[in-house]
Design a protein around this ligand. Sequence first.
Ligand SMILES: [Mg+2]
Length: 270
Amino acid sequence: MKYLFDKWESLQRKIRNKYLFIFLDYDGTLTPIVETPQKAVISKETKDLLRVLARAPRCKIAVISGRSLRDIKKKVGLKKIIFVGNHGLEIEGRKIKHVNMLSLRYRSLLRKIKRDLEKNLACVKGVILEDKGLSFTVHYRLVESGDIPKVKSIFKEATELLSLKNKIKAKTGKMIFEVSPPLEWNKGKAALWLLARHKFSSKEKMILPIYIGDDRTDEDAFKVLNRNGITVFVGSPRSSHAEYYLKDTKEVNRFIKKTIDLLAEKPCQN
Ligand SMILES: [Mg+2]
């Protein structure tokens, strides 16, 4: 992986004069990872930058998150942005409203697993269960380290068999477990869907996708976009399908700022 700002000269050339479609993850990308999901509030600086970026010509932004659509819309609180919730199962923007209909079929099964987990995890202090409608997340960041194996085994017991039978999808992330419908749909497919849709409706030919994210679920998007787009991992460099990395959310802001400056230049200088 290359440090993005080391390659800024060549990236600048790539970005200049293109129409950009920028995909941004939320937690760990636009806001630092914090103790509880509610505490991940977007800073004024980041929000202002996004507002300017959203108004820039030759640019479209999508915030793409594992949170529910309702939650992510509220957290960002800006217009002119496309919101993608539940890792792509729900999408909303100007003239876009999409819910993966297949995912609705799994709601009652997911609800039942969640209820069972709530009961079985009640004895462990610090566990937070986040209901996201089409999926749910078990957060264990606040659990004492000695209790974490217990959380893991209770989760495994509740999900392993159903997951093997492909009745649900059970995933792990940064101090979280997630249960979602077993669909071949992820952040990468959602990003490709949005790109194709935009290409078709705008007749824009030179769209350059840029995807920035920090977690495992972003790898699906890095994989499908790293050939024709700019893929950026946020965090200490590690093995990833992303081509570049930025060290933290502050550097993501710096990148957004530089991109705003590039977009403000008059097109077709070369
Ligand atoms: Mg993230």
